[in-house]
Write a protein that binds this ligand. Structure first.
Ligand code: FE
Ligand code: FE
Length: 289
């Protein structure tokens, strides 16, 4: 397995670490008063985060997405179990949060423990634990803008409610008329499965785990960063009835993703046997990554 230096995350983009994007989303939805309160983020967004979105919106073209799918969905990089992948992700040191210095595994367990405390089904707890494992893309040298960030459909018009929408003017797809209509390459209510989403940790992990979890869990994993849909109600015209039903689960998951992170450190070694059993209930010993 090709592991890069832990601090590399910071060299692969403007953010001090991947959590800096998560923190920004949290601020955005904590400060927001009403769901339809349209805000202009161009002045209030920190420069590093703004630069991150500039790159994300400028470089996530449909061609880019199709190429990344070819490159990563063959899943011939590594064979790892879930716990092994968690330990691999743990080698990624995130410098965005200097006061807490929690490891990636601790962050994952904060999310899953919050779900567990609310007595949700075990696959929901497991989904909380693994939902960000796709961030290991960063350890394979992928730039931040191709790992995290709000996701959105490519090959059709960008919703004006996508944060820092103005940067899409820099995206070469802006000059392809077929990609700029409301439906673009897709058919009305044809379902999200036909839609290519911008590339990142969500889509990647979905493909790694898709044969092993209930559909509700797979929706949470695949669309948890699709904020313009699950928080702003955009792109309903691309969804079929199944998507609309399943997005209830994506919405139910979101508060655990955004608000479960505290300074309190979960006791990883004490919790590990419970999670190893839960992982073994749903997953084989090794998965293709
Ligand atoms: Fe995530
Ligand atoms: Fe997350």
């Amino acid at each position: 397995m090709n592991t890069l230096k832990p601090t590399l995350a910071t060299q692969l983009g403007p953010l001090r670490g991947l959590e800096e994007w998560d923190d920004f989303v949290k601020t955005r939805y904590t400060e927001k008063k009403k769901p339809d309160d349209f805000r202009d983020y161009s002045d209030t967004t920190p420069p590093r985060v703004r630069e991150f979105y500039r790159q994300n919106h400028a470089y996530q073209t449909r061609d880019f997405v199709l190429n990344k799918k070819k490159q990563f969905l063959a899943r011939n990089r590594a064979q790892m179990g879930i716990w092994e992948a968690m330990e691999f992700l743990n080698t990624l040191i995130d410098e965005s949060d200097p006061d807490t210095e929690l490891t990636q595994i601790e962050h994952l367990m904060q999310t899953s423990q919050a779900i567990r405390r609310d007595a949700k089904p075990d696959w929901f707890v497991l989904t909380g634990l693994i939902h960000d494992l796709g961030k290991i893309l960063c350890l394979w040298g992928e730039p931040q803008w191709a790992v995290v960030g709000d996701t959105f459909p490519v090959g059709c018009a960008w919703s004006p409610k996508i944060v820092l929408h103005e940067y899409f003017a820099l995206n070469p797809d802006a000059k392809i008329p077929d990609y700029q209509t409301r439906m673009g390459l897709y058919s009305e209510h044809g379902g999200l499965d036909q839609v290519d989403m911008s590339w990142g940790h969500d889509e990647y992990l979905y493909h790694v785990v898709k044969d092993h979890l209930p559909q509700e869990a797979l929706y949470m994993i695949r669309y948890h960063s699709f904020y313009s849909a699950h928080r702003e109600g955009e792109y309903e015209y691309l969804m079929d009835d199944c998507d609309k039903q399943m997005f209830r689960w994506v919405r139910e998951f979101n508060p655990y993703d955004l608000y479960s992170k505290t300074k309190e450190r979960p006791n990883v070694e004490e919790l590990r046997p419970y999670y190893e059993d839960l992982i073994a209930k749903y997953f084989p010993a090794k998965l293709n990554w």
